[in-house]
Design a protein around this ligand. Structure first.
Ligand code: SF4
Length: 761
């Protein structure tokens, strides 16, 4: 109790914003929420979105009762959407019957469980098997989980990084070494709010200078950049190759580092592109001292450049292949292709020297060949020896088949205690669920039913109309959400879920966000467990996700396996189990009392050391990707994307913004008052179309159209239109203009489409 008699509690914000989670202290009295503040234990305060949680709880659009569809589903945008209130009993009966009917028709392989990014807390959500709903569905025989294959946002980064390092958690050199930082395709002021932005600010205060590569003069460009390079979207690989070429010409390569840490000296057979190896499989290199090919370890001085004959085979070093890929990219050619100046190329090359940093994980990866750019940018740092190693974590487990350094092990405790294997082997890329539903031949057979919890594919996936059509075409679809999202409108049954304020939940992660660039030791990530006590009563008949699953389990005949009376009981059991789990000694002191009292408990997990023990063949970073169609980074022009109805004259970019976490918070009224939800176009493009600032404009292409208010600004380069991602259709929805093409790593390629714009009539 506080002095004024209000109940004190804590809650969590965990929408998978890229910085999650955050902890908040709540005071509640009989009249509602008396105070809502950041948990004082947090070193970096939450962003503005988290402070909308009370409004989200009280929002007039909250779903308060279970709904069932009446009448036809209709199809396409604005299809029939008539729902009537029903009881939880009938709603869950319908869900159980809908899932059973699909199973009877097509087996468990025809049932999809769509969960994505909106609710990263336990016991309700969390990715993968540990999620409570997957325990139930796996007991029932399993279901397709698209989330486990691909990502709408960052799989190109994960895949491209794993290509180079065998791992995605990369540690750069500390701040002290940075004279220059290149922020490439990243807008940390808006999206790397907790951790990365502070690191960069600290660097700026310490005298580091910045180059920002971005088609838009973003808030980050304004805040940090000494030089802005307004690149043409999707040409990042070309620019990176030009920078590499210039660096090599200037002698900036750290040759000792390349020999010691990378596969640069390995000899590549000219005939098939494979490495030449000794009989025991050791790659061969050309020993300059001996004048012959030898197993790498036996070379006195392995050559980095050159063509040779080894065992009668023509070969070249891997590094020579990389050099040859960069060679055509003169500053003049890059300037023309990328829409930058030759001096920009030289300036970036000058900045990316040993001990300097390229910051990436940016929007360029959300293009159809984004992984090429990810690889190329990693290689820029590698060539100068600019990486400190790969971050390893002692308590790692697997998430997305990659080591999970952002978690401390609660998910593993859940998996070992309550996990049930999913018997459904079938997978579907998350960015192509619509294709999988509408075209059963595309991804391994028909899908008859879907259960959607913590996700809004119609609001997020490429080609919103197609996704909507697909969900409406299912025999059965149930959606659990807080609001009537565009996805919920496609459902047969809508289940009203509770907000973070109402549910008892726990989550774990890095307090300063899952940033990969730990530049500032003072805010090095602390591993934390955060707790939400369920500070507020449930509104209407909304239910905690966990309780929805338990009640559904009862309907599906698995009630005995879900004996908990409340999510709090489950959380208590989890905390007790974690304390006893010998794999994770840092949980020994974790208690419910502590969680209740502090809301956020810092775990004493040893800070991982930098490591060069890479999970790659020979443990070396790769500059050459043996077996790939493009074994060195290759620029593939952005035109090569499935653009419905042909290309339009303007390139669309649809980045994430400060004001939404994907589509979460898109109806937060205070945030909607800001002047941010606009389509930005250059005065040259606006003028040519008779558009003035503030005009309503229609943006369209073969996928659809959407309406926006125009912002006319030199901040955006000519030929490009900028629309924030995640808007509701009535606010302007970028994904009405994008397709569902995927990159090599099944990343959605939503920055690869083109549009035309006209003044609305
Ligand atoms: S949206 Fe992200 S950074 Fe903002 S409060 Fe929530 S968890 Fe924190």
């Amino acid at each position: 109790m506080s002095d004024n008699g209000a109940r004190k509690a804590f809650t969590i914000c965990a929408p998978h914003c890229g910085n999650f989670p955050c902890s908040f202290a709540v005071e509640a009295n009989g009249e509602g929420i008396a105070s809502f503040r950041a948990n004082p234990a947090m070193r970096i305060k939450p962003c503005i979105k988290g402070f909308q949680i009370p409004d989200r709880y009280n929002h007039s659009d909250r779903l308060l009762y279970p709904l069932k569809r009446v009448g036809e589903k209709g199809s396409g945008p604005g299809g029939a959407n008539r729902f009537e209130r029903t009881s939880w009993d009938e709603a869950l009966d319908l869900v159980a019957r809908g899932l059973e009917a699909a199973k009877a028709k097509g087996g468990n392989e025809s049932v999809m469980m769509y969960h994505y990014a909106s609710q990263h807390t336990m016991p309700g959500g969390r990715d993968g098997n540990p999620a409570t709903i997957m325990r139930l569905l796996n007991m029932w025989g399993g279901a397709i989980q698209p989330y486990l294959r691909g990502s709408l946002c960052w799989k190109a980064f994960l895949g491209g990084s794993a290509d180079v390092f065998g791992h995605w958690q990369i540690r750069n050199r500390p701040n002290a070494d940075c004279d220059w930082i290149v922020i490439w395709g990243n807008n940390p002021v808006e999206t790397g709010y907790r951790g990365l932005m502070q690191s960069l600010q600290e660097a700026k205060r310490g005298g580091t200078r910045f180059i920002a590569v971005d088609p838009m003069r973003t808030r980050s460009v304004n805040r940090f950049a000494d030089r802005h390079v307004p690149i043409r979207p999707s040409t990042d690989t070309a620019l990176a190759l030009a920078v590499l070429r210039h660096m090599l010409a200037e002698g900036a390569a750290d040759e000792d580092f390349l020999r010691k840490r990378t596969n640069a000296p390995f000899l590549v057979n000219e005939e098939d592109g494979a490495f030449l190896t000794a009989p025991d499989g050791t790659p061969l290199a050309w020993d300059e001292a001996a004048g012959e090919a030898r197993p790498f370890g036996a070379c006195e001085r392995p050559a980095l450049y050159g063509s040779f004959q080894a065992g009668g085979k023509a070969c070249r070093t891997a590094f020579d292949h990389l050099r040859a890929a960069a060679e055509p990219w003169t500053p003049a050619r890059a300037a023309k292709e990328c829409g930058v100046s030759e001096e920009d190329v030289r300036a970036i090359a000058g900045a990316v020297r040993k001990g300097k940093v390229v910051v990436y994980y940016g929007a360029y990866q959300r293009t159809v060949h984004g992984e090429q750019a990810v690889r190329a940018l990693h290689i820029l740092n590698l060539v100068t020896g600019g990486f400190g190693g790969v971050l390893r974590h002692g308590g790692a487990s697997d998430s997305f088949q990659l080591p999970r350094a952002t978690d401390a092990g609660l998910a593993d405790v859940v998996a070992s205690r309550w996990g049930v294997p999913n018997l459904v082997q079938r997978t579907v890329p998350v960015g192509q669920i619509a294709e999988a539903i509408l075209n059963p031949g595309a991804h391994g057979g028909p899908i008859h039913a879907a259960l959607v919890m913590w996700g809004n594919p119609v609001g997020q996936a490429g080609d919103a109309h197609k996704t909507e059509r697909a969900l409406r075409a299912l025999d059965f679809c149930a959606v659990s959400d807080i609001f009537m999202t565009p996805t919920a409108k496609c459902a047969d049954v809508v289940l009203p879920a509770s907000t973070w304020l109402e549910r008892c939940a726990i989550t774990e992660g890095l307090e300063t966000g899952a940033t990969f660039f730990h530049l500032i030791p003072e805010i090095a990530p602390r591993h934390v467990v955060m707790f939400s006590s369920g500070a507020m009563p449930q509104r209407g008949e909304s239910l905690d996700d966990f309780e929805i699953v338990c009640r559904l389990a009862e309907k599906m005949g698995y009630g005995d396996h879900f004996p908990w009376k409340s999510s709090r009981e489950w959380v208590e059991e989890l905390v007790a189990a974690a304390r006893q789990d010998e794999r994770f000694p840092w949980f020994r002191d974790l208690t419910m009392e502590k969680l209740e009292a502090e809301g956020m408990v810092i775990l004493d997990i040893p800070e991982p050391e930098n490591s060069w023990d890479l999970q790659t063949p020979q443990g070396r970073a790769r500059l050459y990707f043996e077996g790939k169609k493009t074994p060195v980074p290759t620029y593939i022009p952005p035109d090569e994307v499935a653009q419905k109805g042909g290309r339009k004259p303007l390139q669309l970019i649809t980045p994430k913004t400060y004001f939404r976490a994907s589509s979460t918070f898109n109806n937060a009224e205070k945030l909607l008052r800001g002047d941010w939800n606009v389509a930005t176009l250059n005065p040259a493009d606006a003028g040519a179309r008779g558009i003035s600032a503030g005009d309503r404009i229609r943006i369209y292409n073969g996928f659809g159209e959407t309406a926006y208010r125009a912002k006319v600004s030199e901040d955006i380069r000519p030929g490009v239109v900028h629309i924030p991602a995640g808007g509701l259709p009535e606010q302007g929805a970028a994904n009405h203009l994008t397709g569902d093409a995927l990159s090599e790593y099944e990343n959605a390629a939503q920055n690869s489409y083109s549009v035309e714009v006209e003044k609305a009539g």
